[in-house]
Design a protein around this ligand. Structure first.
Ligand code: URA
Length: 267
């Protein structure tokens, strides 16, 4: 993270500070109290400092097994999936949406973020998380040295959704619509091969963990998703749109971001 922080542009650093301030930080203090009456102890190396954050609980046994289904298995690249979605007329959401909204970020990234469904801005632009909640998401990521525009695998993210077309009026997608999109999402995970998955909100967390608990119960706990035989650590967290409505909950999302940071640093 430190290399990334050193590489941050002033705009990235300002965005990270804004996010920290929004989630309630009003001063900067060290990890440990300092006795100023004795000679200062040498500063811990950044990696050692990070080790002071409570470690991620060992990932639990696989909780869900998902596979893409025969049709989606045929796609050999993310580009092929996007092209197939563009020609896929079975999902009724396509008829009312302006554009397909498949994915954004770096296909080589270690981290895959999965949201729910495109909203109004995403429908217009054809990219996930470009509206207000996406801007908040970018600030949350920047605070832990991650960005969708980074070119390197370590500090970039790949972002997609469970649903690839905007539901009219942002209504909840039906089970049938979700089932139609799911094979494409699972094949995306297979091909992108993330080291970790972060689920933004309940919809992706329920799909990929097969747990039905509320997101406030699921968040902040690593679980293991078994995607087509590959175990992937998965962290549910709060959706940025929820954080915009409930800003006091940003401190929980911040804890989750630190857990993500620590998992990446440890592996
Ligand atoms: N909310 C989501 O879940 N996904 C988006 O792409 C935008 C908003």
């Amino acid at each position: 993270m430190d290399k990334t922080q050193n590489d941050m542009t002033p705009a990235d650093a300002a965005a990270a500070l804004r996010w920290l301030s929004e989630m309630g930080a009003d001063e900067i203090i060290g990890e440990n109290p300092v006795n100023r009456l004795v000679a200062p102890a040498p500063r811990p190396a950044p990696a050692a400092a990070r080790a002071a954050i409570p470690g991620p609980a060992p990932a639990a046994a696989p909780v869900v097994v998902v596979a893409p289904g025969a049709t989606a298995t045929a796609f050999r690249s993310l580009t092929e999936i996007e092209a197939a979605l563009a020609g896929f007329d079975a999902c009724p959401l396509k008829k009312t949406a302006t554009r397909l909204c498949y994915a954004d970020g770096n296909p080589q990234a270690r981290v895959m973020l999965i949201g729910e469904a495109p909203g109004r801005e995403e429908d217009i632009e054809g990219r996930p998380f470009v509206g207000r909640s996406g801007q908040l998401l970018d600030r949350m990521l920047a605070a832990v040295g991650l960005s969708r525009t980074a070119q390197d695998r370590e500090s970039s993210v790949f972002i997609t959704n469970v649903i690839f077309w905007r539901p009219p009026g942002n209504r909840t997608p039906t089970e049938a619509e979700t089932q139609m999109c799911l094979p494409f999402l699972v094949r995306t995970i297979e091909l992108q091969q993330p080291d970790v998955i972060v689920c933004l909100g309940a919809t992706p967390a329920h799909r990929l963990t097969a747990k039905a608990d509320g997101i406030l119960k699921l968040r902040g706990k690593w679980v293991t998703a078994n995607v087509s035989g590959r175990n992937i650590p998965l962290l549910p967290t709060l959706h940025p749109a929820y954080l915009l409505r409930q800003p006091a909950q940003k401190r929980l999302a911040w804890r989750d971001m630190l857990m993500l940071r620590q998992m990446l640093d440890a592996h």
